[in-house]
Design a protein around this ligand. Structure first.
Ligand code: K7E
Ligand code: CUA
Length: 667
């Protein structure tokens, strides 16, 4: 790929250079006028002149432009922010390939409309009733084997409602949503342990565990955090709720987390802020939460031994809260599972280096990033060399003895990623730059401006033991002057940066994201994912099982049973069978629909007006739709995908006979 790129580069640009084109940057009408002679109409040179493109622009275009039918080298899985979806983007072309419906209804995919996905979403609804129709998705994580992406599953959290989802990468479909009801919000998730033993969901805002009430004046005693270790059953492709457990944490605001790998395998790291335990009350004569939470110079990195915690759980030293086994904080301390070490000035990101030997942590209000040595942390724990305890009795390791050093990075450092050349990259939120620095000597080598207020950055394979070295995505929160004005709410700005040159960072693409604030993303080689083209006939895509209601061509029928009218239906280009459905007002209707096609991309939709019925059936897929026919009348039903030349004819009628209209209704 790289050599092909270089080849293309040489092919297209060297002649341009030879033609003196690159020197031709004179703007203004006169300049264009003068050079017209040298630039025949439609030539590359003329296009460059007309569009005001410089050499660097042409280079960037050559690096990212992908001709029709061309493919990308990487998939980027980005959080879709408030949309509750995941965005799949091809890199380097930056073409959006898919929105994966996760936490919220998505009409095109029929997600949240058929019985299967309604049930899936309901698993994440609050236990005491109510439907959630949005999410605050933050951190996608790819499944790992030996600390490297294996391309099988994707996980993502909903910060606002403390939910975690599993997405199967065989078909890019959400197959599970779990919610513990232990914590109210999560932010230290999702991160996976190096063999995806667990999908980890760290908390954010403390509250009484399990949803109890306690006044905020009881914050120190009754409010807590808890980190949940969701056990992942790879065979089944599902989180095993019964085998999952959690650990109680003090009421600090736990933030991002990362999992140890290689040398640090078996350990998990959680950042925190507000170790002041400020609770706000700015209308009650107290300092606002923000200022109360920014008093201490240091907050606590939580160092947690999950491998040892498994033994503690096995020994039954847990209590049940909201149906989940929780290691009480006292037990975690007694068993030597939990330690703290200071982290400077409003910490945010914690990132474990690819070799697992060090941790990089940045404070939002610090100009440094701090590199902790895992070996030093372990030695201090072994020697019981503590500088004291926090109010809950958690041992605190001395800061200076824990670190290798600090790098002077810049303003507002947040998140760090690594590459294959020994460089680290840190986003600078306040400075609106990405810094490249040397892990070896902690020196900044280069900084590239980004537009603007960068949050996370993502390098290909960036969270793994084996990161790549070609691309970095800067995920910027403000776009201000980057795009044509679309009113006060602007898109987010994803900027692709070429990091392959050890001498220079180059910005090569801007992609506006108009869907929500994405936060984080993962990039994986496309070749590592094996997606299917069609489903086996009768597949329930949320369970990956054959539906018991599977219907094949020739067996379509309507049956009246005690629980209502069952319609066994098929769709194939270009008819719906049966295309006439007669029911009586008040009947419960069960539609069992199969797309009996096995042709790639032969998707059919299914819709009925007024009843809000909308399904999408990929080839081989089965869905069930249950509704009460409580509105009499005539309702056209039709396929909503332009599937064939006779797509408009792919239709029929639902006839809901009013009560008492006739004695006999033909089925
Ligand atoms: Cu936006 Cu990781 Cu949720 Cu930082 S977090 S930016
Ligand atoms: Cu099937 Cu249109």
């Amino acid at each position: 790929m790289r050599s092909r790129m270089q080849h293309l580069w040489a092919l297209a640009v060297v002649p341009l250079l030879a033609a003196g084109l690159v020197a031709c940057q004179g703007g203004g009408e006169g300049g264009a006028e003068k050079s017209k002679k040298a630039a025949p109409s439609g030539s590359l040179k003329q296009i460059m002149q007309e569009r005001g493109l410089k050499e660097a622009d042409v280079r960037a275009a050559l690096q990212t432009y992908t001709p029709s039918g061309g493919r990308d080298e990487y998939f980027m899985f980005a959080s879709g922010g408030h949309s509750g979806q995941v965005i799949v983007i091809g890199v380097p072309s930056m073409r959006i390939l898919k929105y994966i419906a996760v936490f919220t209804p998505e009409p095109w995919q029929g997600y949240g409309f058929d019985d299967q996905t309604k049930k899936l979403l309901a698993d994440g609804d609050p236990p005491n009733g109510g439907k959630l129709t949005w999410a605050d998705t933050h951190h996608p994580a790819l499944s790992e084997t030996d600390g490297d992406y294996d391309g099988q599953y994707l996980f993502i959290n909903d910060k606002a409602n403390a939910r975690v989802a599993v997405i199967d990468l065989k078909d890019f479909v959400t197959t599970q949503i779990v919610r513990s009801n232990l914590i109210r919000s999560d932010h230290g998730g999702t991160f996976v342990t190096p063999n995806t033993e667990y999908v980890v969901e760290g908390p954010q805002y403390p509250a009484p565990l399990g949803g109890e009430y306690a006044d905020i004046s009881e914050y120190n005693d009754k409010y807590r955090g808890a980190a949940i270790f969701w056990k992942f059953d790879r065979e089944k492709g599902r989180i095993d709720k019964a085998a999952s457990w959690a650990v109680e944490l003090p009421p600090y605001m736990q933030d991002l987390s990362d999992m140890g790998k290689k040398d640090s395998y078996g350990w998990a790291f959680f950042n925190s802020f507000n170790t002041e335990r400020a609770t706000g009350g700015n209308l009650e004569g107290k300092p606002s939460l923000e200022s109360g939470a920014s008093q201490n110079d240091m907050d606590y990195l939580h160092i947690f031994n999950w491998k040892k915690a498994e033994e503690v759980v096995k020994a039954g030293k847990t209590k049940k809260i909201a149906g989940m086994r929780v290691i009480p904080l006292d037990t975690a301390i007694e068993e030597g599972l939990l330690y703290f070490v200071g982290e400077p000035k409003s910490p945010h990101g914690v990132d474990v280096t690819p070799d697992g030997k060090e941790l990089v942590i940045s404070g939002k209000l610090d100009t440094h990033t701090t590199v902790y040595s895992f070996a030093k942390l372990m030695k201090l724990i072994e020697d019981k060399n503590f500088q004291g305890k926090d109010p809950y009795g958690v041992p605190i390791l001395p800061f200076k003895e824990s670190i290798r050093g600090q790098a002077q990075i810049g303003l507002g450092p947040l998140h760090t990623q690594f590459d294959d050349k020994g460089f680290a990259y840190t986003s600078l939120f306040i400075e609106s730059k990405v810094a490249r620095w040397s892990l070896k000597d902690l020196k900044v080598l280069d900084k590239i401006p980004v537009q603007y207020n960068v949050g996370h950055i993502s390098v290909t394979g960036g969270d793994t033991v084996n990161p790549g070295g070609k691309y970095l995505m800067a995920m910027n929160k403000w776009a201000i002057d980057r795009f044509d004005p679309v009113g006060p709410l602007l898109p987010q700005n994803f900027q692709l940066i070429d990091i392959s040159d050890p001498e220079q960072l180059r910005l090569i693409y801007d992609l506006p994201i108009p869907l929500g604030e994405p936060h984080y993303a993962q990039m994986i080689p496309v070749s590592r994912i094996k997606a299917i083209n069609v489903y086996p006939p009768g597949e329930d895509v949320t369970t990956k099982q054959t539906s018991p209601f599977k219907t094949i061509s020739g067996q379509e029928r309507i049956e009246r049973k005690p629980d209502g009218v069952h319609v066994y239906m098929t769709e194939v280009r270009s008819h719906i069978t049966p295309d006439t459905i007669r029911v009586k007002e008040g009947d419960t209707v069960h539609l069992h629909i199969d797309n009996v096609e096995q042709a790639h991309d032969a998707t059919h939709g299914f819709s009925i007006d007024t009843y809000n019925i909308n399904a999408s059936l990929e080839p081989g897929e089965h869905v069930d739709v249950t509704f009460v026919a409580d509105k009499p009348g005539v309702f056209p039903m039709y396929c909503t995908e332009f599937c064939s030349a006779l797509h408009l004819e792919m239709a029929g009628y639902l006839l809901v006979e009013p009560k008492g209209a006739s004695k006999e209704t033909k089925l």
